[in-house]
Design a protein around this ligand. Structure first.
Ligand SMILES: Nc1ncnc2c1ncn2[C@@H]1O[C@H](COP(=O)(O)OP(=O)(O)OP(=O)(O)O)[C@@H](O)[C@H]1O
Length: 383
């Protein structure tokens, strides 16, 4: 499994151990393939296992669940996820856990890398990048902008690990400004300081998103036109209402800060900040049909999303040099046999480790001996 694929060395998990995680009291499995196929009945624990892998990257994982929900009911109240990996910096042991009683609102999970406490979960990105596609994302194109923004920011994070911190700091500054604007005699000097910070972070966020969208469009453009998944076109909407083209970042920050100062009255009345990158949206189109993704058929939307995630995986590998781990939950069941076989071949070509789920092992027959098959049943896993 250590062989290099093209210019990016193989990155993947070689073992996974869980305690008190969802319906797993204790689990320890060895992973020995690029394709890890999880099959089992509804409710067996397939998505739970993927969710555990998704916590080996910053954020709240693929369900965005609270730690209280994640800890096994009837268990200790805490949980742990441990993995051995061939990471981007070599073999490594990764662990993340929440101790009993530490699952309150705003609590951070602990992260250890090679038994050393990490300052933040961002350090996991030095070793792994984990991307996912789950049925909960099916409504991405028709649902709230919030979800698309989060999707966009996760895509940025995998090529620019500083993005998570940037976004969190911006949110914190914005909450502070909103609170201050609600006070009768807010100190204008204090406000100006916060607005300067918001402008600096906000412009950096907008530029990082624009860069990701540009790179992704180029990556999608390079794929052959007969690719089995339709090509998406992407644009960024909303956010700052002034042009970024040809402007120096310092000028953009000055303009963003000026507009925030000007909007204080308006924002105070609205009780929120009305303009900025927290209002941006990712517009997705079906390229060949020149149609917004939201107006495409359900099947077309699913295929577009798969194409987008695969292009993003390719981009992540190209930009970061780290082949990302792909979590594909219940994807195979939605594809006809031809497209399914194409998906497997594309994923193999990406040189990544992938985890795939389905209720029926026959869905993965085309993988043949390329896959490690694991049967999941009621919180246990058998080879
Ligand atoms: N905190 C928890 N403690 C114990 N069990 C839990 C917890 N959270 C979820 N579960 C159980 O985990 C099961 C769901 O597991 P999961 O979503 O992984 O199923 P799945 O195998 O992906 O099923 P499907 O094929 O339906 O998607 C449910 O039976 C649920 O009750």
């Amino acid at each position: 499994m250590a062989a290099s694929v093209g210019d990016a060395p193989f990155v993947g998990l070689t073992s996974l151990a869980l305690t008190d995680f969802r319906n797993y009291a204790a689990l320890s499995i060895r992973l020995r393939s690029r394709f890890v196929v999880l099959t089992g009945d509804n409710g067996a624990g397939k998505t739970n296992l993927m969710e555990a892998v998704s916590l080996l990257t910053p954020g709240r994982g693929l369900r965005r669940a609270s730690y209280g929900e994640t800890a096994r009911s009837g268990g200790s109240g805490g949980f742990s996820v441990r993995a051995e990996a061939e990471g981007a910096l070599g073999q490594t042991r990764l662990a993340t856990f929440v101790k009993p009683g530490e699952d309150g609102e705003g609590a951070a999970r602990a992260v250890r890398i090679d038994e050393t406490v990490a300052r933040s979960a961002d350090e996991l990105l030095d070793h792994l990048r984990v991307l996912w596609l789950t049925p909960a994302m099916d409504g991405l194109f028709t649902g709230p902008a919030n979800d698309r923004r989060r999707f966009l920011d996760r895509m940025v994070l995998s090529i620019d690990p500083a993005h998570g911190r940037r976004a969190a700091d911006y949110e914190r500054a914005m909450r502070q400004r909103n609170r201050l604007l609600g006070e009768p005699r807010a100190d204008p000097v204090w406000l100006a300081g916060i607005e300067e910070q918001m402008a600096e972070l906000g412009v950096a966020i907008a530029l990082a998103r624009a860069e990701l969208v540009g790179l992704l469009r180029a990556m999608i453009g390079e794929a052959p036109d007969d690719a089995p998944f339709p090509k998406a076109d992407l644009t960024l909407d909303g956010g700052y209402p002034f042009p970024f083209e040809g402007m120096a970042a310092s000028d953009l920050e000055t303009e963003a800060a000026r507009r925030l100062a000007e909007a204080r009255g308006l924002d105070a009345r609205a009780g929120r900040t009305l303009e900025g990158p927290h209002r941006a949206d990712l517009a997705v189109f079906h390229r060949a049909k020149a149609m917004p993704a939201a107006l495409s058929s359900t099947g077309e939307q699913k295929a577009l999303l798969i194409g987008l995630v695969l292009a993003h995986a390719r981009l992540t590998r190209a930009v970061s040099g780290i082949a990302p781990i792909l979590l594909l939950d219940e994807i195979a069941a939605h594809l006809d046999p031809g497209r399914r076989a194409s998906l497997f071949d594309i994923v193999e070509g990406l040189g990544v480790q992938s985890f795939m789920t389905g209720t029926d092992a026959s869905l993965f027959a085309a993988l043949g001996p390329r896959a490690q098959h694991l049967t999941v049943s009621n919180g246990t896993v058998a080879a």
